[in-house]
Design a protein around this ligand. Structure first.
Ligand code: SF4
Length: 500
């Protein structure tokens, strides 16, 4: 049986043959991947901007590949010389869509447009597959170009995006890869002609992309009794590979002397006892923090094509924060900010934050690298607020390394993200009941909220969902800090008044 291949399927094969096999025969096993803060707004508008570089071009719009292919051939025939966007080309049962196919003399130019900030190896493999298909289909290429985002660009406003895109000639690199492509095609077909390849999860599962079958592959191992897979060891690298090669799948079976790092040893002990391990040293550090204490969390968004003047591509911009404040033990308040009018949120965000966290006390976050970066970027963008913003950055206290060093519950499965730790400490604060459950959903909600066409009732709903989500994030940080400090939570101690 012959299996139709596409560029995406070939790239999946190059990442992991099992990924291709699962994609074709078990697509229902793929999970949604939360791409985090970077991807949601990625690529918005890049295609349109790239098209403007090739005047007179025609976009191929179609319901299916066959229709797109027919339209591509029709335009090439009826309008020779006209660039084609999203051209559909097929050769040897491999189908591709080319971002721009531009007639160039008697031959063609192939141009790929990536919302990335540099040329990556997988872009070259992507271009090589397309170039091989185009050449085989009778479109000889004189040049292969790759257009990507220029990071140094700063948007001056007024819709002026000149200088945002940079085009690189990759013809030579592609020529070197072309002989490889038919071999990839043959091996991919051979993979699909047999049973699922026996491949264990490893470094390939996240390189160059997070594989959507990771849960499926881990579950398959768990069926063999692997509840606490050795792959969960953080920064496990070679150690994981060696343990797997020696037949160890579950942390509980690994001899103690094979694990030298205290963190790995703690994980093994916790897996064996099925109980949390907690080092009381964390309590001393937390009790020493001064009052008032401010627990803060930001929600941010990035745009590949900046929409507010003065911003560069992919600049992370905060549009929302939440703050739980303990003025003294038992004196508790909450305040929040959400910019929902679609205007540049930076100044309002920064001014409200400065007012909310005052001039003294600890500013507690879960992962200071993130909040610290946002605050410092705001200080750079708003010179008149540099001093108070730097003062806030200097007061940050990071709960993440403290938790990582002193706490582990076996159900965290090697992750110290706030959403992994929280269910082991305060299961009642469940994100599952929220309409917005993670950062990517928050970005999606925010984009809908600031869209002019969104009806008022829907806007109110989105606003409420975003506020609840961010509020839960800071309350989660409070509960983790209290737990590590050995503080018990009663109904009254969890009572927070709205901050005036
Ligand atoms: S999770 Fe890893 S092993 Fe499983 S298919 Fe994906 S890349 Fe391959």
């Amino acid at each position: 049986m012959s299996h139709g291949l596409s560029k995406s399927r070939l790239l999946s094969f190059l990442q992991c043959p099992k990924r291709l096999w699962l994609q074709v025969y078990r697509p229902q096993c793929a999970a949604h991947i939360d791409q985090g803060t970077a991807t949601l707004a990625r690529g918005r508008g890049i295609g349109e901007l790239a098209h403007s570089l090739y005047p007179g071009g025609k976009v191929i719009e179609a319901e299916c590949f066959d229709e797109a292919h027919r339209k591509t051939i029709r335009i090439l025939w009826d309008h020779p010389g006209r660039p084609i966007f999203e051209a559909a080309v097929a050769y040897d049962d491999v189908v591709v869509r080319v971002d721009v196919l531009q007639p160039h003399g008697t031959n063609f130019r192939l141009i790929e447009v990536k919302a990335s900030t540099s040329v990556k190896d997988y872009h070259l493999r992507d271009c090589a597959v397309k170039a091989w298909v185009c050449s085989g289909a009778g479109f000889p290429l004189t040049q292969v170009l790759l257009t990507h985002i220029e990071t140094g660009f700063v948007y001056p406003g007024g819709g002026d995006y000149r200088g945002l895109l940079r085009t690189v000639d990759v013809t030579q690199q592609i020529a070197a890869l072309l002989p490889e492509v038919p071999r990839w095609v043959t091996r991919a077909r051979a993979t699909l002609a047999t049973a699922a390849p026996m491949i264990l999860p490893g470094a390939q599962c996240s390189e160059p992309f997070d594989c959507p079958f990771i849960k499926h592959c881990h579950r398959a191992l768990a069926k063999d009794g692997t509840l606490f897979p050795v792959e969960s060891l953080p920064q496990g690298g070679n150690l994981i590979a060696e343990l797997l090669a020696d037949g160890y799948r579950d942390l509980r079976e690994v001899p103690a002397e094979r694990l030298t790092r205290p963190q790995h040893q703690r994980m093994r002990r916790a897996a064996q006892s099925r109980k949390a391990e907690f080092d009381p040293v964390a309590a001393d550090e937390l009790r020493a923090l001064p009052y008032p204490r401010y627990y803060i969390d930001f929600e941010t968004i990035q745009f590949a094509v900046p929409i507010w003047a003065g911003m560069h591509p992919y600049q992370q911009v905060g549009f929302q924060w939440s703050c739980h404040r303990e003025r003294a033990p038992g004196e508790q308040f909450h305040s929040e900010f959400l910019k929902d009018d679609g205007e540049d949120p930076r100044r309002d965000f920064a001014e409200a934050l400065i007012e909310a966290v005052g001039e003294d006390g600890a500013v507690i976050v879960y992962n200071a690298g993130f909040e610290g970066t946002i605050i410092r970027q705001l200080a750079a963008d708003l010179p008149d607020l540099t001093s108070p913003l730097h003062a806030i950055a200097a007061r940050l206290f990071d709960l993440l390394p403290l938790t990582r060093q002193h706490y582990y519950h076996p159900y965290m499965q090697g992750s110290w993200s706030i959403k992994s730790v929280l269910p082991t400490i305060a299961p009642e604060l469940d994100y599952v009941t929220l309409a917005v459950q993670h950062g990517a959903m928050a970005q999606e909600a925010y984009l809908e909220l600031i869209t002019a066409e969104t009806p008022p009732a829907r806007r109110a709903e989105l606003r409420e969902s975003l506020l609840r989500y961010c509020h839960t994030d800071t309350l989660a940080a409070v509960r983790i800090a209290w737990h590590l400090a050995g503080r018990t939570v009663s109904e009254t101690s969890d009572d927070w008044r709205q901050d005036g």
